[in-house]
Design a protein around this ligand. Structure first.
Ligand SMILES: Nc1ncnc2c1ncn2[C@@H]1O[C@H](COP(=O)(O)OP(=O)(O)OP(=O)(O)O)[C@@H](O)[C@H]1O
Ligand SMILES: [Mg+2]
Length: 343
């Protein structure tokens, strides 16, 4: 683990990119399933149903979706806090689902910083000790730890509260100390599960701006689960989950408040159906209402409740590139056929 550098969070973009091959995602999930096994009369819950996605270094991503959609499970799987039932999670080129427990513990300490809704601090330790302790576990010298702890607490605007017990800090102060703690070991990825869930609006704006600043200045990757459209509005991309499925990936300027219309057609045993991109592009699914019928020959009939104003676009040799994921798309499309970003 590096301990050099002048930048915020002691980590610069160069350092981050040197440890992995070019074009390699920071994290890649391949067909992740997670089942919580029910005990006694409780049924098992399939919380993640075959998720595949990528996080690139420097991403600032929100995970959105209703309660129970699998956001926390996904974050825990990516952060190595939970092994998925099936599938692979590559962190750079290491599959952390197959890593022995000891190495996984090191991975969690060194590569990932966690911020949870409750602030995840030890209540009987001071703000200073909470931050300092996370580095002690990584065998960093006392002098360096002290310097860095004070630096980080100052950076988060809670330097003057360093001797206060965590249990006596306000919600906003606790979250700031938790962020300092999460950053202490200069992780490549910060995972935040509802980080602003317990703080007032003004504090949540300050925390998010802090996240954005850290992301811009250090190139650290952020993955934030949230119910809040305001929080998601800070993200450059968002993953939308519903019932353990990835419903879509969205780029900048998607109005998340518009995404709760019924767009998922449950058809096969994995609760999924694939539609041709030219049909999807005509569906304009953020606003249109559709009547969906299953026909006898296992085809489906989609009838817009308002008549379509134009013919379904034919495939065309002319394409345009998606600014979010780089996929080639037909010129007539309104949404990327690969990631769902809006043009
Ligand atoms: N430890 C557990 N044991 C059994 N089922 C669980 C467990 N944790 C989560 N679940 C179930 O898995 C599904 C996904 O839960 P998860 O906590 O990941 O959702 P979430 O999107 O984070 O919800 P919320 O927005 O309420 O935090 C839910 O149906 C939930 O009830
Ligand atoms: Mg959750």
């Amino acid at each position: 683990m590096s301990t050099k550098g002048e930048h915020i969070g002691n980590l610069d973009k160069k350092e981050l990119s040197e440890s992995k091959q070019e074009d390699q995602p920071l994290v890649q999930l391949k067909s992740i399933y997670h089942i919580y096994r029910g005990r006694a009369e409780h049924a098992s819950v399939v919380a993640l149903k075959g998720l595949s996605l990528k996080l690139e270094t420097g991403d600032f991503i929100a995970v959105v979706g209703p309660s129970g959609s699998g956001k926390s499970t996904l974050l825990n799987v990516i952060g190595g806090l939970m092994r998925p039932t099936a599938g692979s999670v590559f962190f750079e080129n290491i599959d952390i689902t197959k890593t022995p427990e000891e190495e996984l513990t090191l991975f969690r300490r060194q590569q990932v910083g966690y911020v949870f809704q409750e602030g995840n601090l030890l209540p009987k330790l001071s703000a200073f000790d909470n931050v300092n302790q996370s580095m002690a576990l990584n065998g960093i010298s006392y002098n360096y730890r002290k310097k860095r702890t004070l630096e980080l607490l100052d950076l988060m605007g809670v330097g003057h509260r360093k001797n206060q017990l965590a249990s006596r800090l306000s919600g906003g102060e606790r979250q700031r100390v938790a962020i300092a703690r999460a950053m202490a070991n200069s992780p490549k990825l910060i995972i935040a599960d509802e980080p602003t869930g317990n703080v007032d609006f003004k504090t949540s704006v300050r925390l998010l701006e802090l996240f954005k600043q850290l992301n811009r200045e250090t190139g650290m990757t952020f993955l934030i689960a949230t119910h809040s459209t305001h929080v998601a509005g800070y993200a450059d991309r968002s993953f939308e989950l519903r019932d353990g499925l990835l419903l879509g990936q969205h780029g900048i300027s998607v109005d998340l408040s518009q995404l709760d219309t019924t767009r998922m057609v449950i058809m096969d045993s994995d609760n999924r159906i694939t539609l041709p991109h030219n049909v999807i592009n005509q569906m304009d699914y953020l606003s249109a209402l559709w009547d969906i019928k299953v026909l006898e020959n296992s085809k489906i009939l989609l009838t817009p409740l308002e008549a379509l104003t134009s013919e379904v676009a034919e495939d065309s040799a002319d394409t345009k590139e998606c600014q979010v994921c780089g996929a080639s798309n037909p010129l007539s499309g309104k949404f990327c056929i690969d990631c769902g970003a809006k043009f």
